[in-house]
Design a protein around this ligand. Structure first.
Ligand SMILES: Cc1ncc(COP(=O)(O)O)c(C=O)c1O
Length: 369
């Protein structure tokens, strides 16, 4: 179905076309070419981290990050159940076991107290996932990680440019991953990035993404690696996006302020910016009172040509994990009551007003306001 107001549209109004044409004109369309290094260098510079290596998507970035830390069979990785499936499937790919934790109702991010409760002698890492542009409680999580000597992997797919106490998402953990899917704040169509301050981890991730090929002997592979490379065309788009990243972020933050203003008298609870953080509002998300209202509101908006998304289903409720009954009250509650509203940076103000008027009409009809 084609919506009048889609949930997302990438903003491609910079040098994207120019740089892609340079790839085509120069024949450098595969995973070699000047844009890859340039994009990686500018990306690490933006975040204030030492190393970055481009990969084919955010899921391969996560898989590679976990494998690079030497995590595998017999190890446990703590991860929020309230996340996109890739955070969990990437742990499974390595043979390790995901151990779920609940979320905080205030920020929707992983609950540090629950992290502490889930640590066992098999725990090797905490995977923090900064959801919807909001960041996790990094002070508490880093304290736990230091105390128990655990690695920290940051899944920053939804948090490019977000900050916690003035430090960017991706600059806290041992190794961090980003996604550049078409609906991300910086997009390359499909793409991802691994960043780290540790040269050893960077070098290992690079080696693994290149099929483990020897650096000085062609077609000689010293480990079984992967083809997780990024193409020059993707990097060209990424570089152009990065040049305007601050503009994208500022537009998204302004959009959140506008939604807050227009929805303030309605019975919805928006995901707020937590104190001491900069939320880049990858998605503008709200909670309504219950699942029935959530589904009816989504249908009402859809009927008016407005596309929305439900918040993620907690992963522990999916068929692969239900053999073991687990209860995560906060995650389950957010999951059934949440809606993501159209969140593209360049969305016209008339459309935002139309969405909010439509939400108001819905609640008026039900005599809830
Ligand atoms: C939290 C999170 N992690 C990982 C990913 C995976 O990224 P990709 O779709 O680029 O593989 C996504 C994608 O949307 C995500 O939202």
């Amino acid at each position: 179905m084609k919506y009048k107001i889609p949930i997302y549209q990438p903003l491609l109004d910079g040098n994207e076309k120019k740089y892609v044409n340079e790839c085509l004109d120069s024949n450098w369309i595969s995973s070699k070419g000047k844009f890859i290094k340039e994009f990686e260098d500018k990306f690490s510079e933006f975040l204030g981290v030492k190393y970055a290596t481009g990969v084919s998507n955010g899921t391969t970035a996560l898989h590679l990050a976990i494998e690079t830390l030497g995590i595998g069979r017999g190890d446990e990785v703590i991860v929020p159940t309230f996340t996109y499936i890739a955070s969990v499937s990437s742990i499974i790919y390595t043979g390790a076991t995901p151990v779920f934790v609940d979320s905080l109702s205030s920020t929707w991010q992983m609950d540090p107290e629950d992290v502490k409760r889930k640590i066992t002698p098999k725990t090797k890492a905490i995977m923090v996932v900064h959801l919807y542009g909001q960041m996790c409680e990094m002070d508490e999580i880093m304290k736990i990680a230091n105390e128990y000597k655990l690695f920290v992997i940051e899944d920053c797919a939804e948090a490019f440019g977000s900050k916690y106490k003035n430090k960017y998402a991706g600059s806290f953990g041992n190794i961090s991953s980003f996604s550049f899917y078409g609906n991300k704040t910086v997009t390359t169509g499909e793409g991802g990035m691994i960043v780290t301050n540790d040269y050893y981890l960077y070098d290992k991730a690079y080696h693994l993404k290149m099929h483990g090929v020897s650096r000085d002997r062609e077609y000689w592979h010293d480990v079984i690696g992967y083809n997780y490379r990024m193409t020059n065309i993707c990097a060209a788009i990424g570089l152009a996006q990065l040049e305007k990243a601050d503009v994208h972020i500022s537009l998204k933050r302004k959009l959140a302020v506008r939604y807050n203003e227009l929805l303030k008298d309605l019975p919805v609870i928006p995901l707020k910016e937590a104190k001491g953080t900069i939320n880049t509002f990858w998605m503008y998300s709200i909670l309504v009172e219950n699942v029935k209202l959530r589904n009816e509101l989504r249908e009402f908006l859809s009927g008016a040509g407005i596309e929305t998304r439900p918040t993620f289903y907690p992963v522990h409720t999916m068929p692969m994990f239900t053999h073991q009954y687990q209860k995560f009250s906060v995650a389950e509650d957010i999951a059934i009551r949440g809606i993501n509203l159209p969140s593209w940076p360049q969305i016209p103000d008339e459309s935002v007003v139309e969405i909010c008027n439509c939400i108001k009409e819905f609640f008026t009809k039900l005599k809830l306001i």
